[in-house]
Design a protein around this ligand. Structure first.
Ligand code: FAD
Length: 293
C-alpha cells in the first residue's frame, strides 16, 4: 500500500512508528529485538530515517526491507538530498523499487556536521520540493508505479525559515509537486498544530497532515532535541522535567502522560493519525498505546 491508501476513507486513526538506523552493530542487533515489540502494537506502517552519510544509509534500506519481508508490514524509507547527485538518487530509487519499498519520506536533510548552511551537492538538489519532483520524474521515466511520498511540515516553522508564512509557502511547493501527505516536526503544544493545519488549509494544502510526536524519555535529551528542532517545551512540562532532573524513569512517565493527552486531543479534533518518533524503544510506546486505545 502507498501513503494515500492509508488515509483515504480510513476507518480508524493511522498510527505510524519511526525508527532510526543504529550506528553500531550492537545497537542494530538490539533494534532487531525491539522491532517485534513495536510491531505487536500494530502500527499501520513504519518509517526508517536516513542518516547524513555513510553506513547508516545502507541500513535504512536494510531495516525497511527487513520489516517488510519478515513482518509483512509496509514501510517507508526516508530519503534526503544530502551528499547525493541526481544519478545517485536514481540508483537509490531503483534499489528501493527492487526491495518493494513503496513509500518515501522525502526531505532536504540537515547540513552535514561542521557546515552551517545546506549546500546542494554537485549535480544534486537544494530543497525537498526538488526531491519530490525528482522522484515523480524517475517514476515517469522508468514506468515504476508511483511511490507514496510524505514531506515534512513545521508547526513552529523550520529553524531556517524567516517566518511561518514563508515556510508554509515552501510546504505548498512540496505538495504541489506531488507529495501525498505531510508529517510534522515534533511539537508539545497542540495549539501550534491546529493553527498550522488551519493556515495550511487556507493556503490550499488539502493533503492529510499528520502530527509527529516524540514521547519524552529524558529531560536532558529532549531539551537538546527540542532546541535543535525549534520546538518549544510548554512551561508546565518544562517545570515537571526540571523537577525530575536526571531521573529518566520519572521523565519517561511524564513523557507518556503528556503524549497520551496530546494524542487524545489531536485525534478528537480531527487529526488523521499520529506519527510517533519512537527512538528505537518499545516500553514507553506500549504504555502510550494502552492509554489511547
Ligand atoms: P525543505 O522543505 O527543503 O525546507 C528547508 C528550508 O528551506 C525551510 O526553511 C524552507 O522554508 C525552505 N525552503 C523549502 N523549499 C524552498 C525553496 N524551493 N526555495 C527556498 N526555500 C525553500 N533529516 C534527516 O537527515 N534524515 C531523516 O530521515 C529525516 N527525517 C525527518 C522526518 C520528518 C517527519 C521531519 C519533520 C524531519 C526529518 N528530518 C530528517 C529533518 C529534516 O531533514 C530537516 O528538518 C531539514 O533541515 C529540512 O528538511 P525539509 O525536507 O523540511 O527541507
Amino acid at each position: 500500500m502507498r501513503f494515500p491508501d492509508y488515509f483515504r476513507n480510513a476507518a480508524k486513526p493511522v498510527i505510524s512508528f519511526e525508527v532510526f538506523p543504529p550506528k553500531t552493530d550492537k545497537a542494530f542487533e538490539s533494534l532487531k529485538t525491539i522491532l517485534p515489540e513495536l510491531l505487536a502494537l500494530h502500527p499501520s506502517f513504519m518509517t526508517v530515517t536516513y542518516g547524513a552519510m555513510g553506513t547508516t544509509q545502507a541500513r535504512t534500506l536494510e531495516i525497511a526491507a527487513l520489516i517488510k519481508r519478515e513482518y509483512k508490514l509496509e514501510t517507508a524509507s526516508h530519503l534526503t538530498c544530502v551528499g547525493a547527485s541526481r544519478t545517485q538518487l536514481d540508483e537509490i530509487l531503483a534499489n528501493l523499487a527492487r526491495h518493494e519499498i513503496h513509500n518515501i519520506v522525502a526531505l532536504r536533510g540537515d547540513p552535514p556536521a561542521g557546515q552551517d548552511e545546506f549546500k546542494p551537492p554537485p549535480d544534486g538538489l537544494a530543497h525537498a520540493n526538488e526531491l519530490v519532483a525528482h522522484i515523480r520524474g524517475w517514476c515517469e521515466r522508468t514506468g515504476h508505479p508511483r511511490f507514496g511520498i510524505a514531506v515534512a511540515g513545521y508547526p513552529e516553522k523550520h529553524v531556517q525559515a524567516p517566518d511561518l508564512a514563508a515556510d508554509l509557502r515552501n510546504l505548498k511547493r512540496k505538495v504541489d509537486t506531488g507529495a501525498d501527505v505531510v508529517v510534522t516536526q515534533l511539537f508539545f503544544d497542540n495549539a501550534d498544530f491546529f493553527r498550522f493545519v488551519d493556515d495550511a488549509r487556507k493556503l490550499g494544502i488539502t493533503q492529510p497532515i499528520v502530527p509527529g510526536l516524540l514521547p519524552i524519555q529524558s529531560g536532558k535529551q529532549i531539551q537538546r532535541i527540542a532546541s535543535l528542532c525549534g520546538s518549544k517545551l510548554p512551561e508546565p512540562l518544562l517545570k515537571e522535567l526540571q523537577a525530575a532532573g536526571e531521573d529518566d524513569e520519572r521523565c519517561t512517565q511524564i513523557g507518556i502522560e503528556w503524549c497520551a493527552i496530546q494524542v487524545k486531543e489531536l485525534l478528537a479534533k480531527g487529526a488523521p493519525g499520529v506519527h510517533f518518533y519512537v527512538l528505537n524503544k518499545a516500553r514507553h510506546m506500549r504504555e502510550i498505546m494502552a492509554r489511547i486505545a
